[in-house]
Design a protein around this ligand. Structure first.
Ligand SMILES: NC(=O)c1ccc(NC2CCCC2)nc1
Length: 250
């Protein structure tokens, strides 16, 4: 996947490119990643990338010209790399709230340009003319679009084929079927006097699968009941649930 981020703080993305599974995917060439800095496209002596808002009010707004030049440069780079039509995504609290289905939709693209704002935001005419999709990682305001961009890109990169090894695979992710995740345990058997649930040490895979499903269902019911509306249970899961409810009513 071809990715470019437009940002005044490219060094922030070292957190994603220099470590972990995302760093490995980039080193392996599974992801082509680059940053484009609007400050490199300024023409005044002060390299201005922002100015005061028309209509007054606090803070500054990012100037449209450096952003336009940065976007066009990123689009040209994508075309040179063989990706002629790359959508531009802008990270903002006004965007669609990102969730697993949004990640699945985004990771289908061959390439993506992610625009990160700073200050009070960017000139609206850039959004009107160049932004294809606005996305938000949640209903809160941050000082910049860089962290939301890294959150979104991390969730996408881990879903690319062959990025996660089999035993890490994203397919078994908790959210993949809408339920929260089950508890996880590893050595030691007893930690601070608390033992690992016995079923997990039986090696009885069906019982373990049942236990994990029931844990996930009960956790979702207790913590995020609204998520249950969108959950499609398999016949087996429905049976497990029925037998659990029966045994509870005994
Ligand atoms: N919830 C979010 O995804 C989000 C995105 C960007 C942002 N701040 C940026 C937006 C324009 C200037 C700073 N804050 C929050």
């Amino acid at each position: 996947m071809w990715l470019a981020v437009i940002t005044l703080f490219p060094d922030m993305f070292d957190a994603m490119t220099e470590s972990g599974i995302t760093g490995r995917a980039i080193k392996r060439g599974q992801v082509q990643f680059s940053c484009v800095n609007p400050r490199d496209f300024t023409i005044d002596n002060y390299h201005r990338v922002d100015d005061r808002p028309f209509g007054g009010g606090p803070g500054m707004v990012m100037l449209p010209e450096p952003l336009e030049k940065a976007i066009l440069h990123a689009k040209a780079k994508a075309a040179d790399a063989g990706y002629p039509e790359v959508p531009v995504v802008y990270m903002s609290p006004q965007g669609k709230t990102l969730n697993e289905s949004g990640v699945k939709q985004l990771v289908q693209y061959d390439g993506l340009i992610v625009l990160c704002g700073r200050y009070e935001g960017i000139d609206e005419r850039i959004i009107e003319q160049y932004v294809d999709q606005e996305w938000s990682i949640g209903d809160y305001v941050l000082t910049g679009g860089e962290l939301p961009a890294m959150v979104m890109l991390d969730s996408m990169i881990r879903r690319l084929p062959d990025v996660m090894t089999d035993n890490q695979s994203a397919e078994q992710d908790s959210f993949v079927d809408g339920l929260l995740d089950c508890p996880h345990y590893t050595k030691p058997d007893v930690f601070n006097g608390i033992a690992v649930p016995a079923v997990l040490k039986t090696g009885h895979h069906l019982n373990i699968e049942k236990w994990r499903f029931l844990q996930r269902y009960q956790r979702t019911q207790a913590r995020r009941p609204e998520l249950l509306e969108g959950v499609q249970l398999t016949r087996q899961q429905k049976k497990w649930l029925m037998s659990e409810k029966k045994s509870e009513s005994l």
